[in-house]
Design a protein around this ligand. Structure first.
Ligand code: NDP
Ligand code: HSE
Length: 439
């Protein structure tokens, strides 16, 4: 079984190492040896340490390598949309099987890849694209295919989880925690894709597509990052017995017309410390799946890093190689349900809102009136006067109000907060966070 490896960076180098170290076991498991036919990179002269591979295998001609007749399986660990899309479509149309870790491409244009795979008759596997080493996509696309998944809630970005865990543990602000994450090598030099939620949103789209048999792309995912989360937000969460996590949430629902829908969102949220996802700290990932018959399932492990990601890549290589030897193909894309993607405004959430307000008669009633006008029901209210227990403002004549709502449409909650910001009795809205997981 001859492999073309596209990319030999953090993940690719570990793929090469594992292929070398596990060669005889892999051959026994597959029923044929795996052999690297070529490795496409951008810079031939780059130092790749003591990789156990013949230097003559390196090339900058990825397309030429893919087109070779003796290549059976293409492994793509380059990343980005182009040229990866063109390469993989070419490989799949030519009947080769593809293993990729490229979440950005799958979320942007997974349809093109699935269609090319159907045309060529090869397999398209992408376990490493979501949550690194954690076996998650195969359980969703195979083991749980007899069940009905209702909700997937996950921490799928290690960098942001490291930052939020550090803020929770030390009281640090976002900038300080990001600096630590960068120094320790968790955050990249340009952390935008992670801290603004793009990486998690791509993974959310892939998870939702598999869980709900519906094509969901990156553009369908409501996305908010963690750059606005403050040390005060974290302290507020702690006061409520909660912690803040960047969650990806994909859930079934029913729209006002009675049609079944799916909503997919990525945003920071408070969750109770008793929630299984609350104890997922540092750069770890975890995904919580709720299904009709199976009930609650939790998948936990390393979501990034060369070796963990290469483990998932190699698992896929074994699967597609076995299929090729047996002359069969894995089940193709399942998008039959074709559920409508619900706009974020209709998603049902709870909010935690902290306000600095004037401390005088009628203020609480006026604030409550705003919630009532938008049909948002208040669950709890806490007030602390200057120097009080809720972390009060310290200004004489002011108080801090902390309001937690019942579930309401996101648009109603956003409109409530918008109106509160315009009231002269409200000095400032100091924190607005969604609350998930029964807090
Ligand atoms: P790196 O940046 O470390 O490596 C990218 C590789 O692609 C390099 O070898 C580079 O060549 C090569 N490359 C880039 N552009 C081209 C090009 N135009 N033609 C040929 N080769 C090219 O990336 P990672 O290994 O970190 O990530 C690879 C993929 O895996 C991405 O899709 C990423 O999202 C995904 N992934 C990564 C994880 C991780 O922890 N790193 C975790 C999960 C998924 P050269 O070496 O010459 O520069
Ligand atoms: N940058 C990602 C993370 C790893 O921090 O989880 C690749 O998916």
């Amino acid at each position: 079984m001859r492999l073309a490896l596209l990319g030999c960076g953090t993940v690719g180098q570990e793929v090469v190492r594992l292929l070398h170290e596990q060669a005889s076991d892999l051959a026994a498991r597959i029923g044929a040896p795996l052999e690297i036919a070529g490795i496409a990179v951008r810079r031939l002269g780059r130092d790749r340490g003591d990789l156990p591979v013949d230097p003559a295998l390196f090339t900058t001609d990825a397309l030429g390598l893919i087109k070779r007749d003796d290549v059976d399986v293409v492994i793509e660990v380059v990343g980005g949309i182009e040229p990866a899309r063109g390469w993989l479509v070419e490989a799949l149309r030519a009947g080769k099987s593809v293993v990729t870790a490229n979440k950005a491409l799958l979320a942007e244009d997974g349809v093109a890849l699935h269609e090319a795979a159907a045309e060529g008759g090869g397999d398209l596997y992408y376990e490493a694209s979501v949550a690194g080493a954690i076996p998650l996509l195969r359980p969703l696309r195979e083991s749980l295919h007899g069940d009905r998944i209702n909700r997937v809630t996950g921490i799928v970005n290690g960098t942001t989880n490291f930052i939020l865990s550090a803020m929770d543990a030390t009281g640090a602000g976002f900038a300080e925690a990001l600096e630590e994450a960068t120094e320790l090598g968790y955050a990249e030099a340009d952390p935008t894709a992670d801290v603004e939620g793009f990486d998690a949103a791509a993974k959310a789209a892939i998870l939702a597509s598999l869980a709900f048999h519906t094509r969901v792309g990156a553009a369908d995912v409501h996305r908010e990052g963690i750059t606005e989360v403050t040390a005060a937000d974290v302290a507020s969460a702690q006061a409520m017995g909660c912690t803040i996590k960047l969650l990806c949430i994909a859930a079934r629902g029913v729209d006002p017309a009675g049609r079944e829908t799916v909503s997919v969102r990525v945003h920071p949220a408070m969750i109770p410390r008793s929630h299984p996802l609350a104890s997922v700290s540092d750069a770890f990932n975890a995904v919580f799946v709720e299904a009709d018959a199976a009930g609650q399932l939790m998948f936990y492990g390393r979501g990034a890093g060369g070796a963990p990601t290469a483990s998932a890549v190699l698992g896929d290589v074994v699967a597609v190689a076995r299929n090729r030897l047996a002359g069969v193909r894995a089940a193709s894309e399942s998008a039959y349900a074709d559920l409508a993607v619900r706009p974020m405004g209709e998603a049902l959430t709870r909010y935690h809102v902290s306000l600095d307000v004037a401390d005088r008669p009628g203020v609480l009633a006026a604030v409550a009136g705003v919630f009532a006008r938008h049909d948002v029901s208040i669950a709890t209210v806490r007030q602390g006067s200057a120097g009080g227990s809720t972390g009060a403002t310290g200004r004489a004549g002011d108080a801090e109000l902390v309001i937690v709502t019942h579930v309401a449409p996101d648009a109603a909650l956003a409109a409530t907060v918008g109106e509160l910001r315009g009231l002269d009795i409200v000095r400032s809205v100091t924190s607005v966070l969604r609350v998930e997981g029964g807090a």
